[in-house]
Design a protein around this ligand. Structure first.
Ligand code: APR
Length: 249
């Protein structure tokens, strides 16, 4: 493993344009459960609760789960960036990392200091009105049993993250494709690769000739197909080890 960490550090030392591609595993060491695998949210809750049609048709059922899983849970915990987030922010500040493409709906990459973050699945810290499109910070929403309503038009509010069956925000989609086409090193961190169209982004980087480094507790759909260096373990532990070996002139 140490040899592979050295190899990853050598590749990243020479890279001119690194892109980070993160999933729920990146936030696991911040105390946020992943969706799949051990302790995964979908082991306990039906992902259908996050289907957009279900939200419109069975709003109360869906809202009960969304409030419990995403908002009550977060309220009771001081969720903050872990060393894995901090390293990606450091690499952006050093000009070696151009952006992070994240599937995560927490804003831990932004809190850690990254400025260019493509939120492929939106963000839970905002709500959007399904009728008039107005947006509101989640901290201003009364998290009661009743599904939230828009103070402007009375329409149903929803968290501003992408439900199953919804399209990907255009800016995030095209920004991510463009970044994957231009990078020379692409790091896949903490994602099982199960959800499209996010899971086609790494393949774009591979086809453009980027070196693919992957950090995950266990192999993913990428590991035996596009990954050049697979580092098995926790991202909050492995990223600082790579960083310590990067040559800085
Ligand atoms: N370090 C590195 N990897 C980890 C860690 C960790 N500390 N903890 C867990 N993992 C890995 C798991 O092995 C798993 O492969 O992170 C991955 C998490 O996979 P998922 O839970 O499927 O999360 P993700 O790939 O981000 O899911 C994609 O699915 O439900 C939707 O919209 C939701 O964005 C989410 C999308």
């Amino acid at each position: 493993m140490e040899e592979k960490i050295k190899e990853a550090a050598r590749i990243l030392s020479g890279a001119k344009n690194i892109v980070g591609f993160t999933g729920a595993g990146t936030s696991a060491e911040s105390g946020i459960p992943p969706f799949r695998g051990e302790g995964g949210i979908w082991n306990k809750y039906d992902p259908n609760a996050l289907n957009i049609e279900y939200y419109y048709r069975h709003t109360q059922d869906s809202w009960n789960i969304i409030r419990e899983v995403f908002y009550n849970y977060f309220d009771n915990k001081q969720v903050k960036p872990n060393p894995g987030h901090d390293i990606l922010a450091k690499w952006e500040k050093e000009g070696r990392l151009s952006c992070v493409i994240t599937q995560n709906i927490d804003d831990l990459h932004t809190v850690a200091g990254n400025n260019t973050v493509y939120e492929f699945h939106g963000n839970m810290s905002r709500f959007v009105c399904t009728k008039c499109g107005s947006k509101f910070p989640a901290r201003e929403i009364q998290m009661t049993e009743k599904p939230p309503r828009c103070e402007r038009c009375g329409g149903l509010l929803k968290p501003d993250f992408i439900f199953f069956g919804e399209g990907i925000p255009e800016e995030a989609y095209y920004g991510s494709v463009n970044a994957a086409e231009k990078c020379d090193a692409f790091i896949i961190i903490g994602t099982s690769g199960q959800v499209s169209p996010a899971n086609m982004i790494p393949g774009i980087a591979k086809r453009n000739g980027a070196k693919i480094i992957e950090i995950n507790l266990e192999p993913s759909t990428y590991t035996n197909y596009i990954t050049d260096i697979y580092l098995q373990g926790k991202s909050g532990e492995i990223l600082p080890k790579i960083d310590a070996l990067i040559e800085r002139h």
